[in-house]
Design a protein around this ligand. Structure first.
Ligand SMILES: Nc1ncnc2c1ncn2[C@@H]1O[C@H](COP(=O)(O)OP(=O)(O)O)[C@@H](O)[C@H]1O
Ligand SMILES: [Mg+2]
Length: 234
């Protein structure tokens, strides 16, 4: 579904992403793990069109999307949930979800998807008229995911969904990611929580200072000595 081929990304003179290639097959959960500053967010921003790569190509469903404007890419079915959620704090839960569908005009479909999202996230239904800035971190993560789902993505990019959440909520969020995937959405998941990410992913890549250091099935990486030492606490 997605093929990233040999991309390089610079911030001025900083070479943040070095010759990165990765693949996300249709229907799978692929995770990109790595320490703080490794280049995970930069990789996602480049895929979703917020940053342009200096070279290389990004192929989404057989179309080259490198250099395309971000809103066009969302319209094609690729949506990112940013690190730190970024919900519209002064708007209600419903308003945030409605904004997720801003590129769509199929009213009946939008209503149907809103219902599905409330089924998946009952906490959002309970709080549908609440101002989003007053939600807890976990609820804001759910809202950011729900808002992305309102664009009916075929591929969902998630940037550190577990960041700052209590362990119980982390479990809940990861269960929901699995459910989203099981209902047909392909997922590229960026995480520092390598343990959890590897437990739900099919394939995994390890990013180290802008380069892909390791790649394999999630099982292979979870049992690799190097990964266990560096990312899984031994
Ligand atoms: N806007 C920016 N300007 C300059 N350097 C940046 C910018 N954003 C990120 N970087 C640098 O690029 C590298 C990768 O950052 P990032 O992609 O945010 O890593 P991660 O998401 O894995 O923590 C880091 O060295 C970071 O300091
Ligand atoms: Mg990041």
């Amino acid at each position: 579904m997605l093929k990233v081929n040999n991309i390089d990304v610079y911030y001025g003179a900083i070479h943040a992403i070095k010759d990165v290639s990765l693949e996300v097959p249709d229907g799978e959960i692929v995770t990109l793990i790595g320490s703080n500053g490794a280049g995970k967010s930069t990789t996602l921003h480049t895929i979703s069109g917020l940053i342009k790569p200096k070279n290389g190509s990004i192929i989404f469903e057989d179309k080259d999307i490198s250099g395309m404007p971000a809103h066009k890419i969302v319209g094609m079915g690729l949506c990112q949930v940013p690190e730190g959620r970024h919900v519209f704090a002064n708007m209600t839960v419903m308003e945030n979800l409605e904004l997720g569908a801003y590129l769509r005009s199929d009213k009946a479909g939008i209503e149907e998807d809103m219902k599905k999202i409330f089924d998946k996230f009952p906490r959002l239904l309970e709080r549908k008229n609440q101002i989003s800035g007053t939600l807890s971190g976990g609820e804001q993560q759910m809202l950011a995911m729900g808002r992305a789902l309102m664009s009916r993505p075929r591929l969902l990019l998630l940037d550190e969904p577990s960041m700052g959440l209590a362990p119980l909520l982390v479990k809940e969020i990861f269960n929901i990611i699995k459910e989203i995937n099981e209902s047909g959405t392909t997922v590229l998941l960026v995480e520092q929580n390598a343990n959890m990410a590897l437990s739900i992913a099919d394939k995994a890549y390890v990013l180290e200072t802008g380069r892909i250091a390791l790649a394999g099935t999630a099982q292979e990486l979870a049992s690799s000595e190097a990964v266990r030492k560096a990312y899984l606490g031994g």
